[in-house]
Design a binder for this molecule. Structure first.
Ligand SMILES: NC(=O)c1ccc[n+]([C@@H]2O[C@H](COP(=O)([O-])OP(=O)(O)OC[C@H]3O[C@@H](n4cnc5c(N)ncnc54)[C@H](O)[C@@H]3O)[C@@H](O)[C@H]2O)c1
Length: 335
């Protein structure tokens, strides 16, 4: 059964989602809203045959629209989500969900009240290499999980004008964390459970202050797992995620950002006392579509969505706490 959706925000990622969804008949983009739609978005609407409304309220009132996909700048996510659920729509919101744990709890509560499922744009959980890593950790092949380390960096936003929201520490705090790190801390939560302490440092290595281009985050989980993430905004693409266990480790090396269609490599070492490794390569899949389709089907009563409300709130609490910790020079923040 096809779900009719509207896309709110037709910048880089809104257009990416429209183009991805054109490949499935499970979700159909029938409308959109953007207060300043770029010329290529207007052309895309003509090509794909969807209308661009002049207000968000027009999408909320339209009875033919069952779902909303929010690809707006971060500061708009929370209110647009709450309004979407209040209008009876299912809502899929891009990351970061919002800026505070309390805000995320409000969004989750709005979904529950509407009897719908809140989607989140953490499509990295659908990458075949990450699906394999989840299996390896769950079936005990690397023993008890002890520690996780990740770094995802790129310089895609370096050339943006300084007044772009991506470079505004209020809209996008902690450098590239809201761009790439929040996907990794989502995976930390899925692997390690409830976070209990966060400490973070941010800095400006290349940009002009107060813009930040470096972040390092450490999260301690109730399960005892220690997890670390770092990112740079001024270096070519780099992506690594390693989970260390008592009996082995598993590592993912990404060649490129999710929209570049490049393979990912998985390395597993399980032999005790010696470093024997197996390496597999996974071709890129359309994880954006997989995630949106899973959300749509879960809202239609088919299948379970991978992201629990607790994952959504916990990851946003990590985000809020790391901003607080960085502002205090790396002071640990208890959650
Ligand atoms: N899941 C991912 O991998 C991924 C990748 C890129 C971006 N994103 C997320 O997508 C969102 C958008 O990022 P982007 O790179 O496309 O930004 P962008 O700046 O390229 O586009 C944002 C668009 O939203 C429009 N807009 C502004 N205010 C609006 C409002 N109130 N209602 C509707 N539209 C509004 C702007 O006019 C612009 O066209 C961000 O939250 C970002 O974190 C997710």
């Amino acid at each position: 059964m096809t779900m009719n959706v509207a896309v709110c925000g037709l910048g880089w990622w809104g257009k990416q989602i429209v183009n991805s969804l054109a490949k499935t008949d499970k979700v159909k983009v029938v409308a959109a809203f953007d207060p300043a739609p770029p010329a290529d978005a207007i052309a895309l609407a003509k090509e794909k045959g969807f209308k661009i409304e002049s207000t968000y309220e027009a999408l909320l009132k339209d009875k033919t629209i069952a779902g909303l996909i929010l690809t707006t700048p971060n500061a708009f996510h929370e209110q647009q989500t709450v309004d979407g659920f209040a209008a009876g729509k299912a809502v899929f919101c891009e990351k970061p969900l919002t800026m505070t744990g309390a805000g995320a709890a409000r969004m989750v509560a709005a979904a529950e009240k509407a009897g719908k499922i809140l989607g989140i744009g953490h499509e990295r959980r659908y990458e075949p290499a990450f699906e394999e890593l989840f299996k390896i950790v769950a079936d005990g092949r690397i023993g008890r999980l002890l520690s996780i380390e990740a770094n995802v960096s790129h310089n895609q936003f370096q050339a943006l004008p300084n007044d772009n929201w991506r470079k505004d520490p209020k809209m996008s705090p902690a450098g590239l964390y809201t761009g790439t790190g929040i996907h990794m801390t989502d995976i930390f939560c899925a692997l390690a459970g409830t976070p209990v302490e966060v400490r973070a440092e941010t800095d400006t290595l290349v940009f002009d202050k107060p813009m930040e281009d470096y972040a390092r985050v450490k999260v301690l989980f109730k399960s005892g797992v220690h997890a670390m993430f770092s990112c740079l905004s001024c270096t070519p693409f780099y992506g690594r995620f390693t989970a260390f266990g008592e009996k082995g480790w598993v590592e993912i090396i990404s060649e490129a950002n999710v929209d570049w269609n490049r393979p990912t490599h998985l390395i597993v070492s399980t032999a005790p006392a010696e470093r024997t490794m197996t390496t597999s390569t996974f071709k890129a899949e359309d994880t954006v579509t997989a995630n949106v389709v899973a959300w749509a089907e879960a809202n239609q009563g088919r299948g379970t969505y991978r992201f629990t409300p607790a994952h959504l709130v916990d990851n946003t609490r990590i985000f809020e706490s790391l901003v607080q910790s960085a502002a205090k020079g790396g002071t640990p923040i208890k959650l």
